[in-house]
Design a protein around this ligand. Sequence first.
Ligand code: NIG
Ligand code: FE
Length: 402
Amino acid sequence: MAGITEPQTLSLKGTQMKTLKTINNAWLLIENGLILSFGEMKNLPESKGVDILNVSGQIVLPAFVDSHTHLVFAEWREHEFIDRINGLSYQEIAAKGGGILNSAEKLAQTSEEVLLKFALTRIEEVMKTGTGAIEIKSGYGLNLDAEMKMLRVIKKLKEIASIPIKSTLLGAHAVPLKYRNNKADYLKIVTNEMIPLAASEGLADFVDVFCEKNNFIVEDMLEVINAGKKHGLRAKVHVNQFNILGGVPAAVGAGALSVDHLEVMNDIDFDALISGNTIPTALPGCSFFLDLPYAPARRMIDSGLPLCLASDYNPGSSPSGNMQFIVSLACIKQHLLPAEAINAATINGAASLGLSHELGSIAVGKKANIIITKEIPSIDFIPYSFGGNVVDKLIVGGHIID
Ligand code: NIG
Ligand code: FE
């Protein structure tokens, strides 16, 4: 059994991430969906009336917490994948009205019922590869009604899906065509209408904004972060995917919970993260799929930061929510050790959703959201066997999911 922490450990940083605390030959007792106790088999207490699951030869781990996804969407965008193979860049496709705007057009024509059905299927699919909690963003609505429609779908998913879900309002994802020359007016809709409504109806847990050339500049991002703050919603923001605009120090200074992407970073960004409390989140699936540089995750850990890893599951830049593959990429392309990558995808994922007091590690009192692997030789085998699936069973809140 690996991935054990003290209940009060809320994230792991720097060299702490190298250790995935392990007990060989362990037992784990779950009661009312929570981890009640655990220990070595040689100290197994007598227990009566307990259902026993024998997993000898297998490994018990905390389930992955995927803290950044866009998994409510109407259609895949595999034709844009072909456009990219033929030489267009992701940004060129977006500038032509493809990309996020394409997804918004498709979403407008799709009912909440259908969106819900597709999204639920995707959640069930990522659970098979070990995801035991997930964040989902809006951002393919791009007007008040359609953003609320996406958030209602996420709210419904919270009710019917088996895993815990957090919801993020990403109204400022792209500038809709009709506001191309009047971005300030669109931003006002985001800050003065979407955020207050989402907050008052309990439809969002966080706010987000895509801070990037041709999307939203740093000042826009700060307006979104501050509007969120006013309504009790913390920010998790998209920054430094293609360009360094100063979004990292600004977001850290404004108290963002996480800064996500970070494919490009400079010393100022590192200094801001080192002196702040914001969690840096790398999305290596996006780098892989768009053939971009990878976030300097090794340097982040070596700088003492609490690096987090997430899938960014979405139809444009990362059409997979397989967290095992994310962990493999982090090891292969970002030179993380398996333990570092697993900590980044579990306890630090939970931290970046404000959930690490109840999820993300094996600790007394936390929710029993755990993975039981197949019989594998070691933890290292998980990223090593890239593209495979080591999960035998996922347990959520103490229930074995079929
Ligand atoms: O995190 N970069 C901004 N947003 C998403 C992609 C959205 C899309 O292409 O549909 C991301 O990569
Ligand atoms: Fe994203």
